[in-house]
Design a binder for this molecule. Structure first.
Ligand SMILES: [Fe+2]
Length: 278
């Protein structure tokens, strides 16, 4: 998987005017949701092409629904393959969840942590990888209930990664959120993940609803325990490209840049990059 930079930010249409004027030097790469851009032509397609010629892009999908029993959307995957090539997009990541069952639900639902779901999900990931002719990247997601749970979240995640031979998008905030909501040790979970499969990471803010309930909102600054966990992640796995997710209550770019600098500072503290050494 080719190197695409160390610090990233989501590429959003509501930030375009600002980014067209100036891209902060702290942004090494951008991430976009392909569903929001694939069908666009005209000025948006031109502006995407302009930025994609100047910065590496990665795709983070919303609609693949990898854990669902609905058939994979082969038309979407064919269009996605063209889109990735057209804009020289380095990788395609998705959520280890599902969002459809006889139609789209527009929400990320937890896949049951069972052996059967491991086999089903891994087979679909392999199918997508065969179609796209590249490894895809699956993200550990936040979840609030675990229906029919037979395996731990960790064992389920490890089994899917292994059986599908896909890469991992390590979302540090999601590990923290789940560790509070489902009462496990975030550091133990983090350390058990396979270093060699990490393609990149996410970090984001959350909302503390109660002492034992955190909601993964992407609507506030990154919280101190999540920065601590990112520091721990670099210490254990080496530095990996890390993207700041911010989808709501979006502050001025200068405030986002402050958080991007915090990612860089932690990476510099750790030193040598896992990706650069590959
Ligand atoms: Fe994420």
């Amino acid at each position: 998987m080719s190197y695409f930079g160390q610090v990233g930010l989501g590429f959003r249409r509501d930030m375009l005017d600002e980014l067209n004027e100036h891209v902060p030097e702290q942004i090494d790469f951008f991430e976009i949701a392909p569903e929001n851009w694939m069908k666009l032509g005209g000025k948006f397609a031109k502006q995407l092409a302009y930025h994609a010629e100047r910065k590496p892009f990665v795709c983070h999908g919303l609609s693949l629904s990898i854990g669902s029993y609905d058939p994979l959307d082969l038309t979407f995957l064919a269009d996605l393959k063209v889109f990735l090539k057209k804009y020289n997009i380095r990788l395609y990541s998705e959520h280890l969840s599902y969002c459809s069952a006889d139609g789209h639900m527009y929400d990320l639902m937890p896949i049951p942590f069972t052996e059967e779901a491991v086999k089903h999900t891994a087979a679909r990931i392999r199918q997508v990888q065969d179609i796209l002719e590249q490894h895809i990247v699956m993200e550990n997601v936040s979840y609030y209930c675990a229906p029919g749970q037979a395996l731990s979240e960790l064992d389920f995640t490890l089994a899917v990664l292994e059986e599908s031979d896909c890469k991992l998008l390590l979302d540090v905030n999601n590990i923290y959120v789940n560790s509070i909501n489902h009462q496990y040790d975030a550091r133990e979970f983090l350390k058990a993940l396979p270093t060699e499969r990490i393609a990149y990471g996410h970090i984001a803010g959350h909302y503390n609803e109660a002492h034992d309930l955190i909601i993964d909102t992407h609507g506030s600054d990154v919280a101190d325990p999540v920065w601590d966990l990112l520091h721990e992640a670099y210490a254990h796995h080496g530095v990996f490209p890390t993207l700041l997710e911010r989808d709501f209550n979006i502050p001025p770019m200068s405030e986002l840049v402050t958080e991007l600098k915090s990612i860089s500072t932690l990476q510099a503290l750790r030193g040598k990059s896992m990706v650069e050494s590959n």
